[in-house]
Design a binder for this molecule. Structure first.
Ligand code: PMP
Length: 414
């Protein structure tokens, strides 16, 4: 259900009472005001066979190392079945935390395993951070547009969500500073690298400025980085979490979803001690711990395989797919459209010319068996109806070319 279609407060009780029964009390206000994800509804539409979808944000399944993961599960169950199937600590399996810390350290951010909490997807890390920091009515700043499920998460926490002005490189540091002074937010949520939905990457100097603002004015930062390892060109940009001003106030969220497989539901958060301890208590209340067998299998996999070699294969395929999309987009979108050229990640962000509405055009596109996601729902405010997100990861270059041919037909009939 979209937010706009949510029932009015007075209409919300779980079900109509039968004769002689009193209605149970209504749902919590936050459950009534946060809508479902329009992306989910669109994804359902595009599951029809034959549709070429640029809509979903899914990794390519043919690139999963199914055989390697099968062997890792078998090894975990054969060698330590009793442990793998038992309850375990909320913090996560020590060997997996050590591997996560070691990878952060190798990538330039010295990390101790004790600074890492394993979570059930990085989505849970987001929920835990929101639950730990946000009181109903607290202000959270977000990029505009931003990740839809983060908007839902902050909505469920009762936050007042405000957009930070952004340009094609992301957050404008001066505007952020002004907003922090004026609105006194508690938290900034940012996806600085290959952002969802825009593919944008915040340059190093702006990260330094964001960290300085957080340090000087007092602000928590949730730095969400599920896409950073999917870089196809250019140099990595240091994390905000590594800057001195922000180190004691930044939760850095990571995920195995895009580098191994999302079905594992394995994510992690690296955070300063007190925040990590509070998030760990919140996680205990939420699910006690992340699946032991999945953690042990992932740790086995990482110990036995060269993740970098696997990632090279994934990056090679995604680079080709990105290039195929960029090569054909000019021929598919109407004249006057604009789009960016991300150096990594999964998404290209485009803007249709004046007078066109991406949601209206989507219907024509789906009639031609191709789909994208309109950009409007990703906005916390000032939705841009001309914007759209195109994901390039799940189709081959040939399928992408065919999808773009259909998209051109869709626009011609719009
Ligand atoms: N953050 C962002 C920006 C995402 O795009 C996603 C998933 N698409 C997530 C977090 C959640 O990822 P997961 O729970 O699979 O780690």
């Amino acid at each position: 259900m979209s937010a706009a279609a949510a029932p009015p407060a007075s209409a919300s009780s779980p079900s109509a009472p039968g004769a002689g029964f009193a209605a149970p009390p209504g749902f919590a206000a936050r459950a009534r005001t946060v809508g479902g994800s329009p992306v989910r509804e669109i994804l359902a539409l595009t599951e029809r066979p034959g549709v070429i979808s640029f809509a979903g944000g899914l990794p390519a399944p043919e690139l999963f190392d199914t055989e390697g993961l099968r062997a890792a599960y078998e090894a975990a169950l054969t060698d330590s079945g009793a442990r793998a199937l038992q309850y375990s600590t909320t913090e996560g399996a020590p060997e997996l935390r050590a591997l996560i810390a070691e990878r952060f350290t190798r990538r330039g951010l010295p990390t101790d395993p004790a600074e890492v909490l394993v979570t059930t997807g990085s989505q849970q890390a987001l929920t835990l951070i929101a639950g730990t920091l946000i009181e109903p009515g607290d202000t959270v700043l977000v990029e505009n547009p931003t990740y839809l499920a983060a908007l839902q998460c902050f909505g469920l926490a009762g936050a007042r969500v405000l957009p930070v002005p952004c340009d094609e490189q992301g957050i404008l540091p001066d505007a952020l500073e002004e907003l922090v002074l004026r609105e006194r937010p508690k938290l900034l949520y940012t996806i600085p690298t290959f952002q969802n939905p825009t593919g944008r990457t915040l340059p190093a100097a702006r990260r330094t400025a964001v960290a300085a603002t957080a340090g000087r004015l007092g602000l928590w930062i949730a730095e969400d980085d599920p896409y950073g390892e999917l870089r196809y060109e250019g140099e990595p940009v240091p994390w905000i979490a590594g800057h001195p001003g922000a180190a004691d106030r930044t939760a850095l969220l990571g995920s195995f979803s895009k580098i191994l497989a999302p079905g594992l539901r394995l994510g992690f958060v690296r955070a300063p001690g007190a925040l990590l301890r509070a998030a760990t208590v919140a996680k205990q209340a939420a699910d006690l711990h992340t699946s032991t067998v999945d953690q042990l299998a992932a740790a086995r996999y990482l110990a036995a395989h060269d993740l970098d070699a696997h990632l090279e294969r994934v990056r090679g395929a995604y680079r080709e797919r990105r290039d195929a999309l960029l090569a054909g987009l000019g021929g598919a979108l109407p004249g006057g459209s604009e789009w960016n050229r991300p150096e990594g990640g999964m998404f290209v962000w485009a803007r249709l010319p004046e007078g066109l509405d991406a949601t209206a055009v989507l219907k024509q596109a789906v009639a031609h068996d191709v789909a994208f996601v309109p950009g409007a729902p990703f906005h916390a405010a000032y939705a841009d109806p001309r914007s759209l997100r195109l994901s390039f990861t799940t189709h081959t270059p040939e399928e992408i070319a065919e999808g773009l041919r259909r998209l051109a037909l869709g626009f011609a009939s719009a």
